[in-house]
Design a protein around this ligand. Structure first.
Ligand SMILES: [Zn+2]
Length: 121
């Protein structure tokens, strides 16, 4: 069984992974229990390139009790197809735009791992 734990352990090591349905080939990121296309629950782990483009973003302003702010939450369409939400890492907020190429970069703090995206090059 491929779990969210596997997904985040891989992410922590710098590897973005998805799962592919063994029946219909649907690719899902992050892992889930049942395939949304065929309801099967047999998956294989597949490595992803981590490259994609921003499709939408929302800037979290430097207010209140969020010490990391300002940063942005982005939705990235991966080159392999699925869209994944993540946090910006080392991306100037003024450079954010739909279509901006980015690359997966894990944000590790203590035992927490968050999906992040940084500059593509
Ligand atoms: Zn399927």
């Amino acid at each position: 069984m491929i779990t969210l734990k596997t997904f985040f352990e891989e992410a922590r090591a710098g590897r973005l992974t998805g799962i592919r349905c063994l029946r219909c080939g649907e690719l899902a990121v992050p892992p889930k229990e049942f395939c949304s296309s065929c309801q099967e629950r047999a998956w294989e782990l597949v490595p992803l390139s981590g490259a994609g483009t921003v499709t939408s973003f929302r800037v979290i302003p430097a207010l209140g009790s969020t010490p990391e702010a300002p940063y942005a939450v982005v939705v990235v369409r991966l080159d392999e197809g699925p869209s994944v939400p993540g946090r910006t890492v080392d991306l100037p907020l003024e450079s954010l735009a739909a279509g901006l190429p980015v690359r997966f970069r894990p944000l590790v703090a203590g035992d927490q791992t968050v999906i992040g995206f940084g500059p593509s090059a």
